[in-house]
Design a protein around this ligand. Structure first.
Ligand code: SAH
Ligand code: SF4
Ligand code: F3S
Length: 442
């Protein structure tokens, strides 16, 4: 079995993996491969993996299990493991899973066609080498499966920070910035395909360009992308609070397409914990950045990431995190119990938090967060918001879903043909995760 056939992609983890899968799809499609949504029909299964928390790795184990069984029961399928777990545990995966033919990390995405061809010739392939940062070969290809109104564009690879809990620098390697003109060109190409809402992606976007001589800074990049005709909403993720400088803050005053929503992961509200996490900012600095941002954009909606139960976190430390919920006014958050990751510096910290205590803290944060989300969505009741219609609601017939610039989801009765247009919606009811409304005009 050599040459192109049907490929099935299984993507776990973050947006970055989603984009990498799209790049692999583009590459393989160009070689004649056809995407299938039935793994039972696939000649090639590629699992793009995540290792940020052990739960994500467990997920990989379970999905891999089902594809391995298929192979045992006679399906002639090439099985590849890509992404962050592949990078981190390459050899171990090949050893443990005899049915896996191919293992490669995030830097192998651009060579997926070559790697697959080798595996099809019977070689067990492992490629986890990090490529040279100088002239790093960012893929410019567009995912042929691009649909809808929202799209993602990679602006940076890797991460040079050393947050002590985090495995990402080990799985994605050192940081490199993609040339600004390639980014602008990809945004324009997405817009030509009907995308109106674009998110620029990197692990630490604020340090974009700083390590590449002659490249734009992140603020300059935002301004350049903002000029792309037909682009309506510009977002980015992820931002590091330490590196959020006045030039980016100024963009919130100057650039109307820049979304009124910012995801700014704080991780903890305690300076003692932040220090042990090596985040290199304080609670006070974080709140100061938030205040500046709100001055530039008064209606800014903030979301964040929180880790509870980091080693040594006391009740008092945790109370500092709890009080930040109100002090910073997070409308939503992703919150996690600290999970020790292989090879990370935090493994050396021996003052672990009792798992039951960590669970109780997580529940407390999440309950309070839900209440805040609900309050925010209720505060919108009676007002008229502008939303980009994404398409039919997944839950209710005759209802469509739209997103505001602040990333609020509004559901309202309407035709799916509205997808891709901006509408004004009067909010009639706020819930925890979304609002309900009625159309007032297109
Ligand atoms: N580059 C991004 C996020 C990367 S990982 C940033 O700097 O924010 C996404 C989120 O997963 C992190 O913000 C953190 O909250 C969480 N996370 C990362 N490592 C973790 C660990 N070991 N245990 C629990 N949560 C973790
Ligand atoms: Fe991990 Fe920190 Fe880099 Fe984010 S900034 S990817 S949390 S090391
Ligand atoms: Fe993303 Fe998971 Fe890798 S969060 S960067 S796929 S470890």
């Amino acid at each position: 079995m050599d040459g192109a056939g049907r490929v099935y992609f299984h993507t776990l983890g973050c947006q970055m993996n989603e984009v990498d899968t799209g790049k692999m799809r583009a590459r393989l499609t160009a070689q004649g491969w056809v995407t299938t949504d039935d793994p039972g029909l696939a000649d090639l299964v590629l699992v793009n993996t995540c290792s940020v928390r052990e739960k994500a790795v467990d997920k990989m184990r379970s999905v891999l299990g089902s594809y391995r069984m298929a192979r045992r029961f006679g399906q002639r399928v090439t099985i590849g493991v890509a992404g962050c777990v592949a990078q981190e545990r390459g050899a171990e995966l090949l050893e443990r899973y005899p049915e896996v033919d191919l293992v490669f990390g995030p830097d192998g995405v651009n060579r997926v066609d070559e790697l697959v061809a080798r595996a099809q010739r019977g070689e067990r392939v492992m490629d986890t080498t990090f490529l040279d940062l100088d002239g790093y070969p960012f893929s410019d290809e567009i995912d042929p499966a691009t649909t809808g109104v929202a799209g993602f564009v990679t602006i940076q690879k890797g991460c040079d920070n050393k947050c002590t809990f985090c495995i990402v620098p080990a799985t994605r390697g050192a940081e490199a910035s993609r040339p600004a003109d390639a980014i602008v060109a990809e945004v324009a190409a997405l817009v030509a395909r009907g995308i109106k809402d674009v998110t620029l992606l990197g692990q630490n976007v604020n340090s974009y360009g700083l390590k590449r001589v002659g490249e734009k800074t992140f603020a300059e990049l935002l301004r350049a992308v903002h000029e792309v005709p037909g682009l309506e909403v510009l977002r980015y993720t992820t931002s590091h609070p330490r590196d959020m400088g006045p030039d980016v803050v100024q963009c919130y005053a100057d650039l109307p397409k820049l979304a009124s929503h910012l995801h700014l992961p704080v991780q903890s509200g305690s300076n003692r914990v932040l220090k042990r996490m090596k985040r290199y900012y304080t609670r006070e600095h974080f709140l100061d950045v938030v205040a500046q941002l709100r001055k530039a954009r008064p209606d800014l909606v903030l979301s964040t990431d929180i880790i509870v139960g980091f080693p040594g976190e006391t009740d008092e430390d945790f109370e500092q995190t709890m009080s930040l919920l109100d002090d910073a006014g997070f409308v939503t958050s992703f919150s996690f119990k600290y999970n020790p990751r292989p090879g990370t510096p935090a493994l050396k910290l021996k003052d672990e938090v009792d798992p039951a205590v960590a669970s109780a803290r997580l529940t407390r944060w999440q309950d309070a967060q839900r209440e805040r989300s609900l309050q925010f969505h209720r505060s919108l009741e009676g007002s008229v918001v502008r939303a980009l219609v994404e398409g039919a609601s997944r839950h209710d017939e005759g209802v469509v879903a739209g997103r505001t610039s602040a990333f609020t989801m509004v559901n309202f009765p309407g035709s799916p043909e509205l997808a891709g247009s901006f509408v004004d919606v009067r909010v009639t009811r706020g819930f925890t995760h979304s609002c309900r409304g009625e159309l007032v005009g297109a």
